[in-house]
Design a protein around this ligand. Structure first.
Ligand code: C2E
Ligand code: MG
Ligand code: MG
Ligand code: MG
Length: 282
């Protein structure tokens, strides 16, 4: 109904656009303030597990923002940060939180665990981003056994040569880099072979349809075989069911992450979270 009348109401359309634009601008201003004051932003951790043994092999740092008591989803505020020049301060805030988590774990005698920080591919080619990143990491005393990175392939294609060079300097400092959301971008086998990444994260959309009966012929199986052929690590993301887990055990997928093993949680909860996952009985 409403949709059909819309095209004949350009004024209404303009008002909607203005309202959306205002909301974006207001949100971005609030995010900038939150970043400046380190207020309302948190880092949650989600476990990564060794699928064969169930032990925790790492964690992913996922940024959370609460504004006026309400959570704003990353799908909304990450793009705002990226297009508003706030990626650098956001990454710096996440690194600061990760450094505090690492220090607390160390003080409690907990084993070192690589915590993966997401980078926006757009930042990679921003002037001095990686230089500044490596300087921050050095000052925060973060080492490759406590920190790693994830980067999404799709935005890297705009300046591939430059992206490769920047990734290489992160690798030269010893840090692992996983190619995030693998399978959703456009990179060819040739590109994948040139990217200095140490692992791929198979996107959730290839895990969701996995069944034990169909595992052998799945795209996930193909991705695992390909990664292994290239000598890359593999992490399956979005593992939600015991059937997904069994299918990935069957395929010999080394690492996995998903709600089945643990939701993203506040760092304090992560420290008390069990260090081994076992199949639910019942
Ligand atoms: P991502 O890096 O691919 O992170 C995985 C997303 O999948 C997270 O969403 C996580 O909560 C969700 N997830 C994990 N397991 C499951 C599962 O079993 N089922 C389902 N349905 N979802 C699952 P989240 O936290 O909303 O983050 C969305 C995206 O926002 C991330 O995708 C990442 O690209 C970006 N992001 C989050 N934190 C940061 C950050 O600190 N910096 C940057 N640059 N990007 C971030
Ligand atoms: Mg990620
Ligand atoms: Mg991902
Ligand atoms: Mg994903």
């Amino acid at each position: 109904e409403g949709n059909r009348t819309r095209p004949t109401q350009p004024i209404r359309y303009t008002q909607d656009m203005t309202r959306i634009l205002h909301r974006r601008l207001a949100l971005r201003a609030a995010l900038r303030r939150g970043l400046e004051r380190d207020c309302g932003l948190e880092v949650h951790l989600q476990p990564k597990i060794d699928i064969a043994t169930g032990s925790i092999v790492g964690a992913e740092a996922l940024c959370r923002w609460t504004l006026e008591g309400r959570p704003v989803p990353p799908s909304e505020f990450i793009p705002l940060a990226e297009t508003g020049g706030l990626s650098r301060p956001l990454t710096r805030l996440v690194l600061n939180h990760v450094a505090a988590i690492v220090a607390r774990r160390r003080a409690r005698g907990l084993p070192a665990l690589p915590i993966a920080v997401n980078l926006s591919a757009m930042d990679l080619t921003a002037d001095d981003f990686v230089t500044g990143l490596l300087r921050d990491i050095h000052h925060l005393d973060l080492s490759p056994d406590t920190l790693s990175f994830e980067i999404t392939e799709s935005q890297m294609m705009t300046d591939l040569a430059r992206s490769i060079a920047e990734l290489e300097s992160i690798r030269a400092a010893g840090f692992d880099i996983a190619l995030d959301d693998f399978g959703t971008g456009y990179s060819s086998l040739g590109v994948l072979d040139r990217l200095p990444v140490t692992a791929i994260k198979i996107d959730r959309r290839f895990i969701t349809p996995l069944t034990i009966a169909g595992a052998r012929r799945s795209l996930a199986a193909t991705a695992i075989a390909m990664a292994e052929g290239l000598g890359l690590g593999v992490i399956a993301e979005g593992i939600e069911t015991v059937e997904h887990h069994h299918a990935l055990v069957f395929l010999g997928c080394p690492h996995g992450q998903g709600f089945l093993y643990g939701h993203p949680m506040p760092a304090g909860d992560f420290e008390t979270h069990h260090t081994t996952w076992s199949l639910p009985t019942a």
